[in-house]
Design a binder for this molecule. Structure first.
Ligand code: NDP
Ligand code: 7N6
Length: 304
């Protein structure tokens, strides 16, 4: 099996790290060269490339494969696998970090520190996460990673998903059609769904209206899950208390976006899942699928 590593992965890590990891696991691996695509059994990539239509297997190094032409792969008999399953800890910690910052006002004091200011926030502004309600929309790898950590901090966690099954840390599961009921009492709403036709702009003016005035929205899914204009409006008008945002539409967030200047927004440049072992986590998935293919078993995380 020869697996090529496409240059697009450099959005997250040096392609050489994954090539080296795969070689250490006794796989034939190299940097992707379109001229040699006929020799590859698989390619690992962050984003799509026309040349992949001539490779039998594409492994997306992200959980979200929304940028890949799934139907064209299906027609060309190209197998697509994704990297869901590896982001629960990183994203769970990122979301908890954002919530702790909002509750304990750390982001505000960090801003004051930059200005050399000894200034206290109003008495009524600080709170604890313990006892507050979190609604996690999407209870897959990300949602569970968030829910388990929030529950450990004493939060009351509810969730939204398509299937009715409970997951650890979540006391109640709502169906997507009951979204407004699920978010109405929450102090925090964390978005952790894939971007697709059902979830595109699922969060807009009506959802911000349904949220409490002292609630925070946290988006670690995709920018397109939220109507960006409605978000800016809800924040500017004080209809919600703030937002923790790791993802945007478009990315990078344009310099003229008002979100940059909002004190009640914590903004990170799509790094919520970043870790120094991302290449190894992806590598493990690739090795597992190579082994499965060798045994003739079904691949994990198969999309098409
Ligand atoms: P999973 O497939 O593990 O989980 C997706 C969850 O979303 C499932 O619980 C699913 O429900 C639920 N869901 C799907 N459609 C709906 C809907 N219409 N309403 C409510 N819930 C819905 O994916 P991951 O958790 O691994 O990743 C989720 C997304 O997060 C990715 O697609 C990607 O876009 C984004 N992501 C962002 C990262 C970042 O760096 N910020 C890192 C990793 C992922 P059910 O369980 O019932 O099927
Ligand atoms: C890598 C982000 C995903 O969908 O967007 C994320 O998995 C990957 C830091």
């Amino acid at each position: 099996m020869h697996v090529a590593v496409h240059g697009s992965v450099s959005a997250v890590f040096d392609p050489a790290l994954l090539v080296e990891y795969l070689r250490e696991r006794d796989l034939e691996a190299s940097r992707f060269d379109p001229e040699r695509r006929g020799e590859y059994d698989g390619v690992a990539a962050f984003g799509p490339d026309e040349a992949f239509l001539d490779v039998p297997w594409v492994h997306c190094v992200r959980a979200g494969y929304d940028e890949f032409p799934v139907e064209r792969y299906e027609r060309a008999d190209v197998t697509l696998t994704n990297s869901t399953g590896i982001h629960g800890t990183t994203i769970g910690e990122t979301v908890v970090g954002m919530m702790l910052s909002f509750a304990r006002r750390l982001h505000v004091y960090r801003d004051h520190q930059g200005a050399g200011e000894w200034a206290r926030e109003p008495y009524e502004s600080a709170f604890t996460l313990a006892g507050e309600r979190l609604c996690v929309v999407g209870l897959g790898t990300l949602g569970r990673g968030i829910a388990e950590r929030a529950a450990a901090l004493g939060m009351d966690v509810v969730g939204v998903r398509r299937s009715p099954d409970l997951v650890p840390g979540v006391s109640e599961v709502y169906r997507p059609e009951d979204l407004h009921g699920a978010i109405a009492d929450a102090r925090f709403v964390a978005l952790a769904v894939p971007l697709n036709v059902a979830t595109a702009e699922m969060f807009g003016t009506r959802e911000f209206d349904a949220m409490r005035g002292d609630a925070y929205v946290i988006n670690v899914a995709r920018g397109g899950v939220v109507e960006q204009g409605a978000l800016v409006e809800a924040l500017s008008r004080g209809e919600i208390a703030g937002a923790g945002l790791d993802v945007f539409d478009p990315e990078p967030l344009p310099p003229e976006s008002p979100l940059w200047g909002m004190e009640n927004v914590i903004l990170t440049p799509h790094v919520g899942a970043m870790t120094d072992r991302y290449h190894a986590d992806v590598g493990e998935l690739i090795v597992e699928n190579v082994e499965r293919a060798g045994r003739g078993d079904e691949l994990v995380n198969r999309v098409v």
